[in-house]
Write a protein that binds this ligand. Structure first.
Ligand code: NAP
Length: 280
């Protein structure tokens, strides 16, 4: 894995931090895309020390700001000429409705739209790698998700789980459409469910933690990073590009909606339109 470069969003905490550590241990140059400078620097030092790899850097990235995504890509482009692994890992699950700087419901804006823009803008660098992989950390909660095209700016009544399910379904649909569009190139794409993992996303409140435990208990963040690490490092998985993997590194069909090619295409078109990108 030496000479490989990975971008990992939300690499300062939970699954992202453990993924960063494991890749750094294998000699990968890790770029952490993180929104909080202090939390990021503390994690960077831990990752660099535990992996004995000084090639771990932070570039500021707040996925709730499309300008921040653009700034991240500009800075990445100044420092690196290619990108082997893009791990779209950052995510959040707020109980109350929040709106991003650009006016999107935050789970849609951060979990999906920010990563959609990031991937789009990093594509020229991904195309320069010998073999590049885009890995989208989704969730089995995508099974509960529907895409409501009238909700992206928070117009509808907010349900935390509904918004989370929508954003995670968007991750799986985005992966399938990206793989389709990259077919025959050196770029492949995968989505995954990491398991029910004890991280900050569950929050610190007793009710949330209990609820989360009832949903399936907790894996450690290191165990939860297993499928992300597998998808980043396993040889010969290119034929499964577009697939959704479970926490045991196995391809699963995903929900019926996640396999709706017309829905994936429409979500791509609308996302591109919202961002002022060429949808072709
Ligand atoms: N834990 C689970 O059981 C579980 C299950 C299924 C899927 N997942 C998915 O796994 C991924 C990682 O989550 P986790 O469980 O490891 O939770 P976590 O410990 O809370 O990590 C989430 C990371 O995302 C970052 N983040 C949140 N909003 C951001 C923004 N606007 N810009 C940039 N970074 C942002 C967080 O940064 P801060 O530290 O600054 O907040 C943190 O680094 C998420 O996509 C989540 O949906 C988790």
């Amino acid at each position: 894995m030496t000479n490989k470069v990975a971008v990992i969003t939300g690499a300062n905490s939970g699954i992202g931090k453990e993924t960063a550590k494991a890749l750094a241990q294998q000699g990968v140059a890790v770029v952490m895309g993180c929104r909080d400078a202090d939390r990021a620097e503390t994690a960077r030092q831990e990752i660099a020390a535990e992996s004995d790899n000084s090639n771990v850097v932070v570039i500021p990235l707040d996925l709730a700001s499309l300008q921040s995504v653009r700034d991240f890509v500009a800075e990445f482009g100044r420092q690196y000429d290619h990108l082997d692994l893009l791990i779209n890992n950052a995510g959040l699950f707020p109980f109350k409705k929040q709106i991003t700087q650009d006016g999107y419901e935050t789970q849609f804006g951060v979990n999906h739209l920010g990563h959609f823009l990031l991937t789009h803008l990093l594509m020229p660098r991904l195309q320069k790698a010998e073999q590049a992989r885009v890995i989208n950390v989704a969730s089995m909660i995508h099974h509960l998700g529907k895409i409501d095209f009238d909700s992206f700016r928070g117009e509808t009544r907010y349900s935390p789980l509904g918004a989370y399910g929508q954003s995670k379904l968007a991750n799986v649909l985005f992966t399938r459409e990206l793989a389709k569009r990259c077919k025959g190139t050196s770029v492949t794409a995968y989505s995954l469910h990491p398991g029910a993992v004890g991280t900050n996303i569950a929050g610190r409140g007793l009710v949330r933690r209990t609820l989360y435990k009832l949903l399936g208990g907790y894996l450690t963040p290191a165990r939860g990073a297993k499928t992300s690490i597998y998808l980043a490092t396993a040889p010969g998985i290119e034929s499964t590009s577009g697939s959704y993997y479970d926490e045991y590194c196995k391809v699963k069909p995903g929900s019926k909606r996640s396999r709706d090619a017309a829905l994936a295409e429409r979500l791509w078109q609308v996302s591109a339109q919202l961002l002022g990108l060429d949808a072709a």
